[in-house]
Design a protein around this ligand. Sequence first.
Ligand SMILES: NC(=O)c1ccc[n+]([C@@H]2O[C@H](COP(=O)([O-])OP(=O)(O)OC[C@H]3O[C@@H](n4cnc5c(N)ncnc54)[C@H](O)[C@@H]3O)[C@@H](O)[C@H]2O)c1
Ligand SMILES: O=C(O)C[C@@H](O)C(=O)O
Ligand SMILES: [K+]
Ligand SMILES: [Mn+2]
Length: 350
Amino acid sequence: MNIHEIAVIPGDGIGKEVVPATLEVLERLAEIHGGIKFQFAEFPWSCEYYLEHGEMMPKDGIETLKNFEQIYLGAVGNPQLVPDHISLWGLLIKIRRECEQVINLRPVKSLKGVPSKLASDEPFDFIVVRENSEGEYSEAGGSVHHGGDEIVIQNAVFTRKATERAMRFAFDLAMKRNKKVTSATKSNGIVYSMPFWDKVFHEVGKDYPEVATESNHIDALAAFFVLKPEQFDVIVASNLFGDILTDIGAAIMGSIGIAPAANINLNGNYPSMFEPVHGSAPDIVGKGIANPIGQLWTAKMMLDHMGYDELGDLLMKAIEETTASGVKTPDIGGKSTTAEVIGEVLKRLP
Ligand SMILES: NC(=O)c1ccc[n+]([C@@H]2O[C@H](COP(=O)([O-])OP(=O)(O)OC[C@H]3O[C@@H](n4cnc5c(N)ncnc54)[C@H](O)[C@@H]3O)[C@@H](O)[C@H]2O)c1
Ligand SMILES: O=C(O)C[C@@H](O)C(=O)O
Ligand SMILES: [K+]
Ligand SMILES: [Mn+2]
């Protein structure tokens, strides 16, 4: 029996609903496999934990996580209790940074039975490679003076190392897909970092002569996500551009409740982390109607990452059969609860 130790952080809001619900599905998949078992260790790190302890996670939290193979997370944030920048930087972004999860992979794909808000129902299937370690999300800056004279500086940091790494990752991925990479730029307006981003994209692209390339300014690209999503394969984007693009990606899929993400550690020194794109959804918390598909799909990404692609495929098939059958939460046009969707997915596993 191959035992896999997974750190589980439900976090806040609907994270506490969709994470426990989906663990049952992972356990069932391990049974189907027959030779593996997941051992889940749950950590209560959250905004409530912060109120009690004055920090989102213990000082040795990263050391603790280092002992696990993967991290399975729900959502972080409860602005009623803790300001969002404190909760995100104290837990979610802290883990991404300190566990060196330098790439954030976010697939965008039309699903059977999920009505898209788009006029065209042409299927689409692409993936956003979001740089996950720097860019606009950099702790470089500060404030001087007070009151009316206050000055705040927030610097965006782009290193060759991280920029090139994200681009190579995108090109390598495109080689396994449809051999096209689109770069999200804004080199007409952002005068230092984005021309640099374009230069590195051009240089890295030369090593992949089989891969078609294009650069789109982020504003136009945002519109193209809506107008012609079927034309994309792999998109490489900076941290903030990737963040915004993937909420648009989630919206064209039909709901932010179904979009998954994988924070990938490439050097093997720390675990990777799997979480849905969505947040803690304070507006629907406690109602039992949170869509568990974003969390399930991220579980599929975790299975693929661990080399259990066959289990990942079984799970994805069960998800699509479930949406196609009409057992859906309200955000994608159904009347079912979180528990009912999980029940249907379990029923559709062999
Ligand atoms: N990675 C993360 O953990 C993450 C991501 C985004 C936001 N946040 C945090 O979450 C909190 C709320 O942020 P927000 O409102 O901007 O974004 P959100 O993703 O939590 O919610 C946006 C909208 O989508 C809906 N929604 C989200 N997930 C859903 C699901 N699974 N099923 C059905 N509907 C769903 C919500 O009800 C809401 O109307 C904030 O504290 C924010 O910082 C965390
Ligand atoms: O990375 C962020 O900004 C937090 C959240 O919006 C996310 O997409 O994970
Ligand atoms: K999340
Ligand atoms: Mn986001």
